[in-house]
Design a protein around this ligand. Structure first.
Ligand code: KG4
Ligand code: ZN
Length: 335
């Protein structure tokens, strides 16, 4: 008999619901994005996000069930992101999932959003099994994690300050590109010279698996300010390419180092920044050089979506990790 998972994600600016069969087959993955709404503010406005989740969550769940051709009665359990994220946004998904679980008499599973990002790789790559090393890069997190089995994760290192996505968004904003800035920098970088400007690299000594992007961010801002003051022309493509190179050197260099230190032979990348074309190319090349197997989630499953939450919920259900109906939203939880 097949197991059907219904999952809800509302941690930031996408309201999403998905239905999965046996944890790894996505029957539906409906994503209602608020990006155009937040764009005029240059970033996500938490209260506006919560209000849109309130409006969207029921229609999105209905659509996910309809697209999947599965009735609520036939769902085996309901997974929902309970953290980390914006607390008001998380509360909407959590309250909806609790209401559905209570009304339909289904078990509830509170899912860690970052674990969901890692599990997106199981959906995109059917043959993937633990153990593997994962580089998790999103708007709020940057970390290297060893996924030992479906329930055991070891964080090797994370960022001391800004997340990689946050740095992309900030630089893009200062350069005048709309939120979210990552894809704009990515597109500009493809046309620029990555060696045009030398930006500093932090914590790059051997064996250090922590990240830091705030120094790089300041260096780029200083460069832009002083160019403006001096009246020197700013070549956006070169600034983007040089900034992106500094970020990728750090992400890819530390992933290589972590693979050597742990002996892991399989590498995955996860989170919104994993959609970056330059990062994918650089990781693929590094994996070839080191004779490692490389997996990535693809664009839709890389950024926030409920299918990845459903995949994580399925494995948690298998491990008997259910939540009580007192489940609450937690804005910051560790992996
Ligand atoms: O995982 P995600 O959708 O949400 C969080 O959990 O944070 O990640 C969003 C982040 C944003 O910072 C966005 O700019 C970045 O992912 N991003 C990218 C690209 N696409 C999305 N960054 C660099 N290059 C991209 N192509
Ligand atoms: Zn995310």
């Amino acid at each position: 008999m097949s197991i059907y998972t219904l999952a809800i994600e509302s941690s930031c600016d996408e309201t999403s619901a998905a239905v999965l069969r046996d944890g790894r087959t996505v029957l539906s993955n409906v994503i209602s994005s608020q990006v155009p709404i937040h764009r005029k503010f240059g970033g996500v406005v938490p209260e506006i996000a919560s209000r849109h989740h309130i409006e969207q969550v029921v229609p999105v769940v209905d659509q996910a069930l309809e697209d999947a051709g599965v009735r609520l009665e036939d769902i085996d359990h309901i997974g929902v992101t309970y953290g980390p994220g914006l607390v008001g946004a998380l509360l909407v998904g959590v309250a909806a999932a609790k209401g559905l679980a209570f009304a339909a008499g289904k078990p509830l599973i509170g899912v860690n959003h970052m674990e969901g990002h890692i599990f997106a790789n199981f959906l995109a790559n059917p043959e993937l099994e633990p153990p593997f090393l994962s580089l998790v890069v999103s708007g709020g997190h940057t970390m290297l994690v060893v996924v030992k089995d479906y329930e055991t994760f070891e964080v090797l290192g994370q960022t001391r300050d800004d997340a990689a996505g946050e740095a992309f968004d900030k630089i893009a904003r200062v350069m005048g590109y709309p939120y979210p800035g990552g894809p704009h920098i990515d597109a500009l970088a493809a046309k620029g010279n990555p060696n045009a400007i030398e930006f500093p690299k932090a914590l790059h000594e051997k064996g250090n698996l922590e990240f830091s992007f705030s120094g790089l961010k300041s260096a780029v801002l200083n460069y832009l300010n002083s160019a403006k003051q001096k009246g020197t022309p700013i070549v956006d493509t070169d600034v983007a390419a040089s900034f992106q190179k500094a970020v990728l050197d750090s992400l890819v260099g530390k992933t290589r180092e972590a693979a050597r230190m742990t002996g892991q032979k399989v590498i995955t990348v996860a989170g919104g920044v994993s959609a970056n074309q330059g990062l994918q190319r650089a990781l693929a090349q590094m994996c070839e050089e080191e004779e490692l197997t490389f997996y990535r989630p693809g664009r839709i499953l890389a950024t926030d979506n409920a299918a990845m939450i459903g995949c994580r919920a399925y494995y948690m259900a298998k491990a008997g990790k259910f939540s009580k109906l007192t489940l609450n939203a937690k804005p910051s939880i560790p992996l």
